[in-house]
Design a protein around this ligand. Structure first.
Ligand code: ACO
Length: 431
């Protein structure tokens, strides 16, 4: 964050206030209003944070107009093409790509943390058998703070490191167990001879009764989905993790808060909602009806997988995801998949429709991910858990960055109060 020595001037009731202008490495300048309330006795008003930077961060950069996403400066397209999920995890956590030794060490450490404390199995069994895997994940990840007491001290950098490793390593195990529990199958233990994505597929799809072989091409597609979801700047769930962490809450509690926020259909829950919408549309000839509903102000229906707070151009993740969808369906021999046909046609119609053009609504990452996950054999209820386990590294990187900042403060927004002025209590017989 460079101080440019430029200032903006605010004039209010005849008084002027100089607001420092801060310049980021790339992106728009930022007005520093930290001292505004003390100096001018006013707050700023920005519900939904549409014009507010809540922190400084060196992890991820998005240019919404260009449709650009950088992890630590590296374009997502290059990473999706050349890297792999654990390397991206290392990059997000540490700021630089690892050399061979660093990668081997990191991979080894993650691999040796994949098992869960055996007593957590009992905790799982307390959930109703038809629980949504996201409900189970919120509970189990929060409960990790009751099992791993030696990584709760947020002031100890080593414990923060161990908590980060544990969560990156164990989230796939937890997500797979939540899935197995929801379908009444036995839990499958992790296998350390498999890579991260293959191990996740193994824990989801193998059963003790027979041998399961992970198809390398599917593991690669899974790994790519994980990379594309690994971080995304200060989105709702990441901001939730930061806000929870700003009070000094332990890392497991903070990540559980992030998972809870991600669940909503306006955020990570959109991948499930999108596939359900494609199924509801069913055939290409019904698309105009749904486009008309999306444009109708009196209808709450929105095209799921379309629109984004920051991207006002194609979401670069959606482009990569679309290619992957074609590859995976080809690989699985699924030709003329009706959902993919509906998705592609819907995309074309929306991209040429005046309403969507004017509002700059483009497909987002969730538009194609559900089609791939469904083809791999996942039920829709697992789409958001897969997003959650992939995003865990982003949340934990952002949390670590925040905790390591000595100038950090508890997050405490203010409000524009619109309630009653002070008034006297009335006894019930006088109301
Ligand atoms: N379909 C139809 N109209 C839409 C859509 C959509 N998917 N998204 C936005 N609009 C319209 C809004 O009605 C609004 O119209 P108005 O100006 O006439 O009132 C305008 O476009 C601006 O939309 P907002 O909701 O104000 O934009 P915001 O930045 O607050 O919301 C959001 C972004 C939540 C992603 C929204 O586009 C949406 O709900 N999309 C569908 C859900 C979705 O796909 N979410 C995933 C996001 S990506 C992620 O979390 C991984």
């Amino acid at each position: 964050m460079a101080d440019t020595k430029r200032t903006a001037t605010l004039t209010l009731d005849g008084n002027t206030y100089d607001l420092p202008v801060l310049s980021p490495t790339v992106g728009p300048d930022v007005l520093d209003i930290r001292k505004l309330y003390a100096q001018a006795d006013v707050f700023t008003y920005d519900p939904g944070f549409t014009s507010t930077a809540a922190c400084d961060s060196a992890i991820t950069y998005i240019d919404g107009d260009k449709g650009e996403l950088l992890y630590r400066g590296y374009p997502i397209e290059q990473l999706a093409d050349k890297s792999h999920y654990l390397e991206v995890c290392y990059l997000l956590l540490n700021g630089e790509l690892p050399n061979k030794e660093q990668m081997a060490d990191f991979e080894g450490r993650i691999t040796r943390h994949t098992m869960l404390h055996e007593q957590i199995h009992n905790f799982f069994r307390g959930f109703r058998r038809d629980s949504h895997p996201m409900a189970t994940m919120v509970g189990v990840v929060g409960a990790m703070s009751a099992f791993y007491h030696d990584s709760l001290d947020i002031n100890d950098p080593w414990q923060r490191e161990v908590a980060a490793m544990r969560m990156i390593a164990k989230l796939p195990t937890i997500a797979a167990m939540a899935y197995k529990y929801s379908i009444g199958q036995p839990f499958v233990y992790p296998r350390n001879d498999l890579d991260y994505a293959s191990n996740f597929l193994h824990m989801c799809f193998s059963v003790p009764a027979e041998t399961y072989t992970v198809q390398p091409a599917l593991a690669k597609a899974m790994d790519r989905i994980m990379m594309l979801h690994a971080d995304h700047e200060q989105n709702a769930s990441t901001s939730t993790v930061r806000l929870a962490g700003s009070s000094g809450a332990n890392p497991f509690a903070c990540i559980a808060a992030g998972i809870a926020c991600l669940w909503g259909p306006a955020h990570g829950g959109a991948n499930q909602a999108c596939l359900e919408m494609l199924r509801e549309i069913g055939t290409v000839d019904r698309i105009p009806e749904f486009i008309a509903r999306a444009k109708d102000k009196n209808d709450p229906f929105k095209l799921m997988g379309f629109g984004h707070r920051v991207y006002k151009n194609f979401d670069p993740r959606a482009k990569v995801m679309k290619e992957s969808a074609d590859e995976v369906l080809d690989l699985l021999g699924v030709h003329n998949n009706p959902l993919l046909q509906v998705a592609k046609e819907l995309e074309q119609i929306a991209l040429h429709d005046e309403y969507f053009i004017a509002k700059k609504l483009y497909p987002n990452v969730d538009f194609y991910s559900g089609i791939i996950l469904e083809a791999m054999g996942f039920p829709t209820s697992m789409f958001t858990p897969i997003f959650a386990l992939s995003r865990t590294v982003g949340w934990i990187s952002q949390w670590k960055e925040m905790i390591s900042d000595p100038a950090g403060k508890i997050g405490r927004p203010r409000q524009l109060y619109t309630g009653s002025e002070g008034r006297d209590y009335l006894d019930v017989e006088n109301r």
